[in-house]
Design a protein around this ligand. Structure first.
Ligand code: GLU
Length: 472
């Protein structure tokens, strides 16, 4: 069987993290089997669908690198095809026109509720031969089998049986002729030759209806795998309360797409106790049969850990491209300072996210606006002035601006003043970076360059003098 999977989002908001995970599972499954992956935009709800949201979904897919082989297909462009299928079902007696008024259906529902029955259509128009009047408005209902059951062999939930007596004669076309959700999904899955439907388990209840319609159209139902939802860290259903859950907010918060994919694949799937998977490994090892039937919860500390692992293991040039975007967000032009690749190498042990890395690296590109209060009080004062002055002179004279040589210069100054290295290096660090934390001092000096380093020491000396005047 040729494997063909699809991701079929409704464009009524951003690309949600749960949707992205479903897309990833579908993509992995197609890649694993040398099949293809289809992107289908289910935009028939014209009141809730927006172009903005379509764009957000495409942007999210691109950022994650989940490239599709076919599509995007838009359901709103396939109305003729849906109409054709509805007509075919009518012609073959597998669907019928229902003229029941809203009032009648409301009254029916009320009665059923009073009798504590599940509300369902009573089939009044099922065997009607003539319309009540020639131009009476109607909906089209699918003629669901009255007996038997639909058995779905779900690859995640196992065998699930639905009795046909529980299923309504579903409306497949509204009074204005527009198709309804279950009909469009069925027609698309059929026409697009989808072999495996991997989707959220909120759709499990739609599945028997879709299977019945597919059978009425004379085609085999695809294989289904209904993936449980993702919960918030507190184990509750994911909602706005849990903060940003759109894929692009993960970019904004400083995660690498590769780390997000790794994080997502582990939400509901595992392979022994392995945590880190390259894309190739994911493709090789992933299987829908191994998906967990229980919902899994977000875990930000795990994501932070994973992200750092990726920042440390990946080619610095690749990480630098992502870091560059974040520097841009902070208003920094990375061309005006050290190469970002070198910054990545210098900072990746100290940062969990690219946002953190960008913030901690700002000082390489622009003079800090002010000093960290506590660090300045401790390190930029009359006592430390001689050390900074000696450093300035030694650094100005340093023959070579290179890490090891710079290390020797700084230790040389400490020795000449009979001070511990920290007593010299820490004031220098605050002078250069504005705060108490930076990469090792020699590396910081090297990256910053001679001119900037000397200028910052001068500024720190001036700051000390001003403080002294203010106090005096
Ligand atoms: N459009 C549906 C949704 O966004 C998905 C339908 C499906 O995967 O069959 O929830």
């Amino acid at each position: 069987m040729t494997v063909k999977t699809r991701f079929a989002p409704s464009p009524t908001g951003y690309l949600h993290i749960g949707g992205a995970r479903t897309a990833l599972f579908s993509w992995l499954y197609a890649r694993k089997h040398g099949g293809s992956f289809v992107l289908r935009v289910e935009d028939t709800d014209q009141e809730r669908s927006t172009q903005e949201s379509v764009n957000a979904i495409l942007e999210g897919m691109t950022w994650l690198g989940l490239e599709y082989d076919e599509g995007p297909f838009y359901q709103t462009r396939r109305f003729d095809r849906y109409r054709e299928v509805i007509q075919r079902l009518l012609d073959e007696g597998k669907a019928y026109k229902c003229y029941c008024s809203k009032e009648r259906l409301d009254a029916l529902r009320e009665e059923q509720q009073k009798r504590k029955e599940k509300p369902r259509y009573d089939g009044k128009c099922r065997d009607l031969t003539e319309p009540p009047s020639p131009d009476a408005p109607y909906v089209v209902r699918f003629r669901n089998p009255l007996e038997g059951q639909v058995v779905v062999d779900d690859r995640v939930h196992g065998r699930v049986a639905f009795s046909n007596t529980e299923l309504d004669d579903l409306i497949i076309a509204r009074t204005d002729g527009s198709p309804t959700y279950n009909l469009t999904v069925v027609v698309d899955d059929m026409d697009m030759g989808i072999s495996h439907v991997i989707r959220g388990d909120d759709h499990l209840n739609n599945t028997p209806r879709q299977v019945n319609i597919l059978h009425a159209l004379g085609v085999e139902a695809p294989v289904y795998a209904h993936v449980p939802m993702i919960l918030g860290e507190d184990g509750k259903r994911l909602s706005k309360r849990h903060g940003a859950v759109s894929v692009m907010s993960y970019r904004d918060e400083g995660y690498l797409p590769e780390a997000v994919l790794n994080y997502l694949v582990r939400l509901g799937w595992s392979h022994g106790d392995q945590e880190i998977f390259s894309l190739d490994e994911m493709i090789q090892l992933f299987d829908i049969d191994d998906l967990n039937a229980k919902a899994s919860a977000l875990n930000v500390s795990k994501l932070n850990w994973l992200n750092q692992q990726y920042m440390k293991a990946m080619d610095p040039a690749h990480v630098a491209r992502h870091l560059s975007w974040h520097m841009g967000q902070l208003g920094v032009d990375p061309a005006q300072g050290p190469a970002l690749e070198d910054i990545v190498v210098a900072q990746r042990e100290r940062s969990h996210t690219l946002v953190e890395m960008a913030r901690n690296s700002l000082f390489f590109y622009r003079m800090p606006e002010s000093y960290d209060d506590k660090a300045a009080r401790k390190n930029l004062k009359a006592d430390t002035r001689p050390a900074l002055e000696a450093l300035r002179a030694a650094l100005a004279a340093a023959p070579e601006w290179q890490r090891e040589r710079l290390h020797e210069t700084v230790t040389g100054v400490a020795e000449s003043l009979d001070l511990k290295l920290g007593k010299v290096a820490q004031p220098l660090r605050v002078a250069l970076s504005g705060g108490p934390v930076s990469p090792p001092i020699d590396e910081t000096l090297e990256l910053l360059g001679r001119d900037r380093s000397l200028a910052r020491i001068d500024a720190a000396l001036q700051f000390i003098d001003q403080q002294g005047q203010a106090a005096g």
